[in-house]
Design a protein around this ligand. Structure first.
Ligand code: WTA
Length: 682
C-alpha cells in the first residue's frame, strides 16, 4: 500500500491556488529563471515605504571560492512587518476578523483576538518596549508559554525594528542564559508560569536563575516583563488579559490553582498588565531596510554551542506568506491550526508570520495532546472546525497508539489539508493520518524544511501533487535542490546523496548571529557553490525526493550507506510497534551496526518473538546487511519537549556509556535510567 500514489481530492484541486502539476511546473520554472519577476509580483501585495529597484532585487554569492557568502533580496526597499500583518489587514476591512483563537491547557480556558485588537495590543506593547529603552536593532529575549501575549511581544518588536529571540519555554535556565548572553539581550519577556497537562512550570523562577547567570558573566539584561498568566487563571475576572477571555469556571481551573508566589526584583521586573495600563494605543511603525534583521532563533549545532540563525525582513515576509498560502491552500474563511510551539521555527513561520501575512484565522493551543484526555487534538479540531491541521510525525505516532476510536468520537469533516513536519514521516503514520484523521479525502503536505530555510523548501502542494507516503516530493517555488555524492558530484536521476541547494530563495537564513565565519563553514564549506542541509535524500525513478534524515544519523554497515529513518520506518510498520529509534553502534567487523530502541503499542509485550520478527522484517525490507544487531525494549524515548528524539543519548546507551551529558532539555529525564536498566546483557 505504501507504494501507491495518492492523488489530490479533485474537489480540493478544482479551487486550489495551484491546481495541477502543469501549473506547479510552470510556476516553479518561472521562479527559478526569473526570480525578480516571480517574487516581485508577490511583493506587490505588501506595503513598501520605499520601493526596491529591479537591478537590486536579488543578489547573492553561494560560492566560497568567489569570496564571502551573502544573500540579499529587495535591497533598497524599506517596510515594517507589523504594518503589513496588521495595519494593512485592518485597513482592508478585516479589523473584526479573528486573527487567533486561543485554546488553553484546560478546555475551560479560551479566548480570541481580532486583527484590530491585535494591532492595538502590539502598538501598546511596542510603546512599553520603548519605555524600557528598546531601540531599532536591540535584541529582546522572549521565554513564554503559548499565550496570546507571545505573538503580541514578537510583533511589538517588529513594530520598532527590535530583533526578537524567542527561546522555547521548555529550555533550562542554562540554555536560556547562554542564548541571552550570545545575543546580548536588553529585555526579557516571560510569564509567571504555565501548566502543561498537570505539570506546573514556574517560568519566572527559571528566568531569575538565567538572569543571575547572565549577570555573573558580565552582561546585564535591563528589564524583565512578566505576564501574570497563572494569576489570571486563579483570578479569571481580574484585568490581566490580552484578548476577550472566558476562563476558569469559579476560578478553579487546573484543579484549583492558587496564586503562585513569584520572586521579584523591583529595579528590573514589571508586570505586563501594569505596564499596558499606561501605554498609548498607537505607535508609528519604524521603517526598516529589507535586509535588516527580523529575528534570531537558536538551533542546536553539532559542536554543542547553539547557532543563532539570523533571518531578515523582506525576503522572510514574502517567503512565509507564499509558502503558507500554497502549501496549506489557505482560503479566506478557513480556520487553520498548527500545533507547533512558537519557540521553534515552525511556530515562527506557521503560527505567527505566515498566517497573519495571509490575514488568516488560526488556533493557538497551549496544552498537550494528552490532556485532559488523549483525544484533545481531535476535540480542538472539532471545536474550531479546523480546515488545515499541521503537526509532527512524533505526535501522530504517539496518538496512533490509542487506536482510531478516539478520532471517531469527533467530527473532523471540515479538514482539507493535513501537514507534517520535523522528521521523515514513516508510511505507517502517513497512512493512519491519511485514512483515520483525513478520512481519505485530505491532502497530506509532508513539508521538509529547517530553522535555516525559514520556510518549506520541499513539499507537495495539496491541489497539485500526487502523493507518495513518506516523500516530501518536489521543491517549492524558488528552490533548486540537488543530490551530491561524497566527492561533490551531482547525482542525476535515481540515486541517494547529500541534499543541497544551488540558489538562495527569499526566506533562507542570512548568517549566524555574530559569527558569519561559522555560517560559512557549517553550510557552505563541505560543497562549494551549494547550501548544504546536512540531510540525506534519495530521488526515485519518478523524480520524487525522499529525505532520509540527517547525515549525522546516517550509518555505514559493511560499506552500505543507510539511514536510521529507513530502518525505523520498517520497524514501525509492525502492528505491535508504536515507535522506534535506531542509532549506530561501533562494530569490530562491520564498522557500524544497528541498535534499535522499540516502544510496543499499548497492551503489547516486548517478547523474543517480536524481536525476531522485527529483525526478519528489516532483513526483508532493506537487505540482509541491514539486520539489526540489537533490539532493545524502550517503554519511552528520550525526547525534547518539542518531540525530537535525542539520538546522542541513545548512542551512549547503546554503548553502555553512562556519560550522557546534558539531559535538561528532555521532556522526561527519568527515561534515560530506565533505558540503561533495560539494556540487554551481551
Ligand atoms: C528534519 C524544523 C524529513 C530534517 C522545520 C531537518 C524533516 C531538520 C522534515 C530541521 C520532513 C524536518 N521530512 N525530515 N518533512 N522536516 N525534518 O531546524 O532533518 O527544527 O534538517 O526545523 O528536521 O529541524 P528544525
Amino acid at each position: 500500500m505504501a507504494d501507491r500514489i495518492y492523488n489530490p481530492n479533485p474537489e480540493l484541486a478544482k479551487n486550489a491556488h495551484c491546481k495541477s502539476m502543469e501549473q506547479y511546473r510552470s510556476m516553479h520554472e518561472k521562479s527559478i529563471e526569473y526570480p525578480e519577476a516571480f517574487w516581485g509580483e508577490i511583493a506587490k501585495q505588501f506595503y513598501w515605504e520605499t520601493p526596491t529597484s529591479n537591478d537590486k532585487f536579488f543578489s547573492y554569492n553561494f560560492d566560497l571560492n568567489q569570496g564571502d557568502i551573502y544573500i540579499k533580496w529587495m535591497e533598497g526597499a524599506t517596510t515594517n512587518l507589523s504594518f503589513n500583518l496588521l495595519d494593512k489587514n485592518v485597513k482592508c476591512g478585516n479589523g473584526d476578523k479573528i486573527a487567533f483563537y486561543w485554546e488553553g491547557n484546560d478546555p475551560d480556558d479560551y479566548s480570541k483576538l481580532t486583527y484590530k485588537k491585535l494591532l492595538q495590543e502590539t502598538c501598546m506593547f511596542a510603546n512599553v518596549l520603548k519605555s524600557k529603552g528598546v531601540q531599532k536593532g536591540d535584541r529582546v529575549a522572549i521565554y513564554m508559554p503559548m499565550i496570546l501575549e507571545l505573538p503580541v511581544a514578537m510583533l511589538a518588536c517588529t513594530r520598532i525594528g527590535a530583533v526578537h529571540s524567542v527561546v522555547f519555554g521548555g529550555y533550562s535556565s542554562d540554555s536560556l542564559a547562554e542564548r541571552m548572553m550570545d545575543c546580548k539581550a536588553k529585555v526579557l519577556i516571560t510569564a509567571d508560569g504555565v501548566y502543561r497537562g498537570e505539570k506546573l512550570l514556574l517560568l519566572k523562577n527559571i528566568c531569575d536563575d538565567a538572569l543571575a547567570k547572565v549577570k555573573a558573566h558580565g552582561h546585564e539584561v535591563e528589564s524583565c516583563v512578566v505576564v501574570a498568566h497563572l494569576r489570571r487563571l486563579a483570578n479569571p475576572h481580574g484585568k490581566t488579559t490580552a484578548g476577550d477571555k472566558k476562563n476558569g469556571v469559579n476560578g478553579t481551573s487546573n484543579g484549583g490553582s492558587s496564586e503562585p508566589s513569584v520572586s521579584w526584583d523591583d529595579d528590573r521586573d514589571c508586570w505586563w498588565h501594569e505596564e499596558m495600563e499606561e501605554a498609548e494605543p498607537s505607535c508609528y511603525p519604524v521603517w526598516v531596510a529589507a535586509e535588516d534583521p527580523l529575528f534570531i532563533l537558536y538551533t542546536s549545532g553539532s559542536t554543542g554551542k547553539p547557532k543563532g540563525v539570523l533571518h531578515t525582513t523582506a525576503g522572510y515576509l514574502i517567503y512565509a506568506a507564499t509558502t503558507f498560502k500554497y502549501v496549506f491552500d489557505y482560503k479566506p474563511g478557513d480556520t487553520y491550526w498548527c500545533t507547533a510551539d512558537i519557540g521553534w521555527i515552525t511556530g515562527h513561520t506557521y503560527v505567527v508570520y505566515g498566517p497573519l501575512a495571509n490575514c488568516a484565522t488560526s488556533v493557538i493551543f497551549e496544552g498537550t495532546p494528552f490532556y485532559p484526555h488523549n483525544d484533545r487534538y481531535w476535540s480542538v479540531i472539532d471545536k474550531y472546525k479546523v480546515n488545515q491541521f499541521y503537526t509532527a510525525p512524533t505526535a501522530i505516532r504517539s496518538l496512533m497508539k490509542f487506536g482510531d476510536e478516539l478520532v471517531k468520537k469527533h467530527d473532523l469533516s471540515t479538514l482539507k489539508v493535513l501537514g507534517s513536519v520535523g522528521e521523515p514521516i514513516n508510511s505507517e503514520a502517513w497512512l493512519w493520518f491519511y485514512n483515520h484523521v483525513g478520512h481519505g479525502k485530505c491532502s497530506i503536505a509532508d513539508t521538509f524544511w529547517q530553522t535555516e530555510t525559514g520556510g518549506h523548501v520541499i513539499t507537495p502542494l495539496p491541489g497539485a501533487t500526487p502523493m507518495k507516503p513518506g516523500s516530501a516530493t518536489f521543491p517549492f517555488f524558488g528552490v533548486l535542490p540537488e543530490l551530491l555524492d561524497e566527492d561533490g558530484r551531482v547525482i542525476e536521476g535515481e540515486g541517494e546523496g547529500y541534499l543541497v541547494f544551488r540558489k538562495p530563495w527569499p526566506g533562507m537564513m542570512r548568517s549566524l548571529y555574530g559569527n558569519h565565519e561559522r555560517f560559512q563553514t557549517t553550510y557552505f564549506d563541505r560543497f562549494h557553490g551549494f547550501y548544504c542541509t546536512g540531510d540525506g535524500a534519495k530521488r526515485d525513478a519518478d523524480g520524487y525526493l525522499w529525505v532520509t534524515g540527517r547525515i549525522d544519523d546516517m550509518l555505514n554497515v559493511s560499506g552500505h550507506l543507510m539511514s536510521t529513518a529507513e530502518v525505523e520506518s520498517v520497524l514501525t510498520e509492525h502492528q505491535d510497534v508504536a515507535e522506534s529509534a535506531v542509532v549506530s553502534k561501533p562494530h569490530p567487523v562491520k564498522g557500524q551496526c544497528l541498535y534499535c530502541f522499540v516502544t510496543p503499542n499499548e497492551g503489547r509485550t516486548f517478547s523474543k518473538q517480536l524481536q525476531d520478527e522485527l529483525k526478519r522484517k528489516v532483513r526483508e525490507k532493506i537487505g540482509p546487511f541491514a539486520q539489526p544487531d540489537v533490539i532493545q525494549h524502550a517503554p519511552g524515548l528520550p525526547k525534547t519537549r518539542s518531540g525530537k528524539i535525542m539520538r546522542r543519548i541513545l548512542r551512549k546507551i547503546a554503548i553502555g556509556d553512562r556519560n550522557v551529558g546534558d539531559v535538561s532539555t528532555l521532556a522526561d529525564e527519568g527515561i534515560v535510567d530506565v533505558l540503561f536498566q533495560l539494556r540487554p546483557q551481551a
